[in-house]
Design a protein around this ligand. Structure first.
Ligand code: PMP
Length: 316
């Protein structure tokens, strides 16, 4: 029996065992990538024996936006989906960090390229998981030869399952050349993001990040980090276009996202960034993010939702 076999998942409005949640070979989303999803993390706090879901409402609101772009509706409002997510965690009795993957997908078993006039369905899978990159040492990255898909092609603003072939090409190319991660440029050559994280740079005390028109996913961690830098560190964050070579010449580059947390770049295209050590802004952001996600620092603009509290129970 694998670990997956033991999971409880949420599918078609019910909690079931993973092996009982099946989809057919002709499912439209499998044939054409016509689904959208979120990646949410919940953090286990040993001291209070509590599991806290990080920014669940923001994730479900973004899923609703992705759904709109793909002509779908969520089966319930974002609040109710947060409650279902907490219930799913309780049913699995998680006592560790957890990764949560809600997916809304075109479920009709039919062929034909379109988005309209197709049934859709929803599931959530959640499983124990910590960070997927070992980040303490800093990452060696390259600029990918693959360009970011455009908003008018497969909109990166939506987390579309099929769109992830684009960052997957970039990531595998980077790995094949011995790098940890790829920086992906827009078609006109400006910095967009990495395979699954947003980019920040620090140059002469000013923090910058590519603006939302650079064909990136408007990351929830990006928003949290921006607020943290401006409110706690008192530094300005400028959203603007960033050139490739500006990354070479900058003091610090760090990336952020639900999966990776905060990670920093030691080098890019074999050029050392700054002095090749974790910079002071990156360190402060890393510490601040850790405090927020572990419930050590509470802020009104950051949602940390406790799983093991009756207030969030949902009728099953
Ligand atoms: N960009 C891409 C392409 C991603 O897949 C992710 C991860 N969801 C991010 C950025 C970071 O977004 P968030 O902070 O909302 O996880």
């Amino acid at each position: 029996m694998t670990q997956l076999d033991e999971l409880i998942v949420y599918h078609r409005g019910e909690f079931r065992r993973y092996p009982e949640a099946r989809i057919g070979l002709m499912t439209h989303a499998l044939l054409y990538g016509t689904g959208c999803f979120e990646g949410i993390r919940a953090f286990w706090d040993e001291k209070s024996e509590q599991l806290n879901v990080f920014e669940p409402l923001a994730h479900y609101k973004r899923l609703a936006q992705s759904a709109k772009i793909l002509l779908m509706d969520l089966p319930a409002g974002p609040e109710e989906l947060c409650a279902i997510t907490a219930e799913l965690c309780r049913r699995n009795a998680f006592r560790s960090d957890v990764y949560i993957r809600p997916v809304l997908y075109k479920s009709e078993e039919t062929f034909g390229v379109r988005l309209d006039d197709l049934e859709h369905d929803f599931f959530i899978v959640a499983f124990p998981n910590s960070k997927y990159l070992e980040t303490n040492e800093g990452l060696d990255a390259c600029v990918s030869s693959w360009r970011r898909a455009d908003d008018n092609a497969t909109p990166p603003r939506a987390k579309i399952t099929g769109s992830y072939v684009n960052p997957a090409l970039a990531k595998s190319e980077a790995r094949a050349h011995g790098f940890d991660e790829a920086i992906v440029l827009t078609a006109d050559g400006h910095v967009s993001e990495t395979s699954a994280a947003n980019v920040f740079i620090v140059r002469d005390g000013v923090v910058s990040t590519p603006d939302a028109s650079q064909n990136l996913l408007e990351g929830i961690t990006r928003r949290v980090v921006k607020n943290l830098i401006e409110r706690d560190l008192g530094l300005r964050v400028v959203e603007r276009t960033i050139d490739r070579t500006e990354l070479y010449c900058t003091d610090e580059v760090f990336i952020c996202g639900t999966g990776v947390g905060i990670a920093w770049l030691r080098s890019l295209d074999r050029r050392t960034i700054g002095d090749g050590l974790m910079g002071p802004v990156t360190r402060a952001v890393t510490d601040g993010y850790h405090a927020l996600t572990r419930g050590r620092a509470l802020r009104p603009d950051v949602e940390l939702r406790a799983v093991y509290e009756p207030a969030y129970a949902v009728d099953a």
